[in-house]
Design a protein around this ligand. Structure first.
Ligand SMILES: O=c1nc[nH]c2c1ncn2[C@H]1C[C@H](O)[C@@H](COP(=O)(O)OP(=O)(O)OP(=O)(O)O)O1
Ligand SMILES: [Mg+2]
Length: 198
């Protein structure tokens, strides 16, 4: 049985500011009181699993247990076809301890070189966990292509080098509301809303 979210307060189990802003925007219509893991002084757990869902679940459970509140975690990344899905679950780690995404984007672009296949997918796993260890998992994906040079200053992470297929702007050029029309995160969120908030 899918568990519905009936509480009033939710922890956003992330330490990534760009991601927290997007999740807060997606949650805004539901009138939930949100607090981030950082606000609560929760540690950033080590992401030891080998899948997006595995790591999302690990982060959501850690926060729900520690805060004694329901917690929503997001594990996401960019999977490049020419790189057999890299950086994938290692997308944050490619940016190094200082989370330098200008460097990470250079690294992706160098690794792809002049490979003719420019396809990339963004993937987002969302896990909603409760303090009794119940978890609901969802996943969203958006297909696109790598562009270089990178374009735009909006969003976060790899947004300036990713152009969703069928659009002429990168995620870095789109206003947030437009990214939310079709992003991997918005698509995972649609699943979550249908299952748990409806
Ligand atoms: O919409 C996106 N636009 C651009 N880049 C993105 C996006 N979504 C994920 N990404 C990249 C950057 C991020 O750093 C990494 C996720 O890694 P991931 O471990 O899930 O998140 P994180 O370590 O940054 O924060 P936290 O684990 O505390 O939620 O993939
Ligand atoms: Mg992380």
């Amino acid at each position: 049985m899918v568990r519905r979210f009936t509480e009033k307060k939710l922890v956003i189990a992330s330490h990534n500011k760009g991601k927290i802003v997007e999740i807060a925007e997606l949650l805004a219509p539901f009138g939930i009181d949100v607090v981030s893991a950082g606000d609560l002084g929760l540690p950033e757990p080590e992401e030891t699993e080998n899948s997006f869902i595995g790591n999302a679940q690990l982060k959501a459970l850690a926060a729900a247990r520690a805060a004694k509140l329901p917690a929503l975690a997001d594990d996401s990344g960019m999977a490049v076809w020419a790189l057999d899905g890299a950086p994938g679950i290692y997308s944050a780690r490619w940016a190094g301890p200082d989370r330098d995404f200008d460097m990470a984007m250079e690294k992706v672009n160098t690794a792809v070189g002049n490979h003719p296949d420019r396809r990339a997918d963004f993937v987002c796993a969302l896990s909603l966990a409760w303090p009794d260890d119940h978890v609901e998992n969802f996943e969203g994906r958006i297909e696109g292509d790598l562009v270089w040079p990178k374009r735009g200053k909006n969003g976060f992470g790899y947004d300036p080098m990713f152009q969703p297929r069928g659009y002429d702007q990168t995620f870095g050029e789109m206003p947030a509301a437009k990214k939310h029309e079709m992003s991997h995160r918005a698509r995972a969120f649609d699943q979550l809303v249908k299952a748990c908030f409806a």
